[in-house]
Design a protein around this ligand. Structure first.
Ligand code: NAD
Length: 499
């Protein structure tokens, strides 16, 4: 990684207010909340705390921007695309600053944000910029003397509620498809990580999006998130976060105006290693699948299934690898293992580690908070001697914890891999094409990686089977979630068709 610009030390925090109508405003009742740097526990900023009244103001601004005849509604689709291209260019310009701010705000490794997340998000904006004038309807062979066609129209006022784990990526996934289809949006970032969303909002304004098209209201889930998901004038809500909150969002839709709901929820993804694999490569891939961002990734490959002939060697090498991860300040380029997001998350992960031990799992390394460090650091942990019915086997840990299970054959591993409420991602590592086909066909999972883990692309759909969610982010499939189909049936003049 030689030659990459270092993280900015103490990047300036430029925006801490609510963003409505392209203006920065205080919350209506003047309240603020504090955010902190997860690697030091020091305060980052006091951020305006949006509540129901602020959400309503943002929704009214979005509604006005969506009125027929508004600048946004009159804008050519190709020009909407140009604004998204411009947004991508601005992110490219400010990549070092954005990556430094993301690191400060969320504990994300600076190097991952700079070299991974931000270039990927730039591509997502460009991908959906291209779609702005290409997602069109059809002409339909209609019985009788009629002309029939479909139009794809924006849904209207959308809401987005996003989590803290990869905030720039989540902001991008929720805004790019939505705005490319001509919708307007009110976005609520997670309370732990509002800073990059607010800065990105400033870039949207600079790119030329008209007032009210994008509004960002920081605040808590129970107040701001609740108000957004229950709002009677929000037509669609897109959510990424925990399954528990996903259920509340779905219920809020039923309790309010039946707004459209798309959900990206958690996972407990299996990563299946057959004994014909190169063990060193498989150990390395499995390590990346679990420990990237300390396991705080919804599609992390936490359940590592290893075929029995190579199991002992695989475990030994996995433990060596987990112990060797350089831990420290996430803004340093050499750091691989950074902090968890918060004390709440740290306590959650430690609680699950305790439950694993109590239920009989064996800690091969790690298993506790790192000594002598500020920040929310937990040691990279490897569990063996697991049963599939343990809490750590069933629940999403969202921490640096690898579970290694032994299996005999294809049928057994398929059944165990699918024995989960989740279905977000999965992977198989083998040189045998028959095994690849068996696994990719049988797994109930939104994504299956073969001999790789984590590659994503804007054109490839992301989302889950079962309780991992409803709908898809990214790709052409996301567009249908941000459009309504209107069918128009016209009498052909002079045809004699009955009215
Ligand atoms: P969370 O569900 O508590 O919070 C996510 C967002 O929902 C936050 O913005 C929060 O303020 C908001 N929220 C909380 N309660 C709410 C309510 N009652 N009404 C409306 N909004 C509310 O999740 P978290 O603990 O912050 O994030 C971690 C979880 O997110 C993990 O379980 C992880 O798997 C999941 N996640 C999934 C994906 C994915 O793409 N599938 C991506 C990232 C994280």
């Amino acid at each position: 990684m030689a030659g990459i610009p270092p993280a900015l030390k103490n990047p300036e925090i430029k925006y801490t207010k609510i963003f409505i109508n392209n203006e920065w405003v205080d919350s209506k009742d003047g309240s603020t909340f504090e955010t902190c740097n997860p690697s030091t526990e020091e305060k980052n900023a006091d951020v305006a705390e949006g509540k129901a009244a602020d959400i309503d103001a943002a929704v009214q601004a979005a509604k006005a921007a969506f009125k027929p005849g508004s600048a946004w509604r009159k804008m050519d689709a190709s020009d909407r695309g140009r604004l998204l291209y411009k947004m991508a260019d601005l992110m490219e310009r400010d990549a070092q600053y954005l990556a430094s701010l993301e690191c400060l705000d969320s504990g994300r490794l600076y190097a991952h944000a700079l070299l991974g997340d931000i270039p990927a998000c730039i591509k997502v904006f460009r991908y959906f910029a291209g779609w702005a004038d290409k997602y069109h309807g059809k002409t339909i062979p209609f019985d009788g003397d009629y002309f029939c066609y479909t139009k794809h129209e924006p849904v209207g006022v959308c809401g987005a509620i996003i989590p803290w784990n990869v905030p720039i990526a989540m902001f991008t996934w929720k805004t790019a498809a939505c705005l490319s289809m001509g919708n307007v949006l009110v976005l609520k970032p997670a309370e732990n990580t509002p800073l990059t969303a607010l800065y990105l909002a400033s870039l949207m304004k600079e790119a030329g999006f008209p007032p009210g098209v994008l509004n960002v209201v920081p605040g808590y889930g129970k107040t701001a998130g609740h108000a957004l998901s229950h709002h009677m004038e929000v037509d669609k809500i897109a959510f990424t976060g925990s399954g528990m909150t996903g259920r509340l969002i779905q219920k809020a839709s039923a309790d309010s105006n039946l707004k459209r709901v798309s959900l990206e929820l958690g996972g407990k993804s299996p990563n299946i290693v057959f004994s014909d694999a190169d063990v060193d490569e498989a150990v390395s891939l499995a390590n990346t699948a679990v420990f990237t961002h300390n396991g705080q990734i919804c599609c992390a490959g936490t359940r590592t299934f290893v075929q029995e002939d190579i199991y002992d060697e695989f475990v030994r090498k996995s433990v060596e690898k987990a112990k060797s991860l350089p831990s420290g300040d996430p803004s340093e380029i050499t750091t691989v293992h950074g902090p968890l997001i918060s004390k709440i998350q740290e306590d959650r992960v430690l609680g699950l580690l305790k439950s694993g031990v109590e239920e009989g799992a064996k800690v091969m390394c790690g298993g506790k908070k790192m000594e002598g460090k500020n920040g929310f650091y937990i040691e990279p942990t490897v569990f063996t001697d697991l049963r599939d019915d343990m809490r750590v086997s069933k629940e999403e840990i969202f921490g640096p914890v690898q579970q290694i299970y032994k299996f005999k054959d294809v049928d057994e591993v398929i059944e165990r891999a699918n024995n989960t409420r989740y279905g977000l991602a999965a992977a198989v590592i083998t040189k045998d094409i028959d095994k690849v086909m068996a696994i990719t066909n049988a797994l109930q999972s939104g994504i299956v990686w073969v001999n790789c883990y984590f590659p994503l692309s804007p054109g490839a759909a992301f989302g889950g089977f079962k309780e991992s969610g409803i709908g898809r982010d990214m790709s052409e499939y996301a567009l249908s979630q941000y459009t309504e189909v209107k069918t128009v049936i016209m009498k052909i003049p002079g045809s004699g068709a009955k009215i």
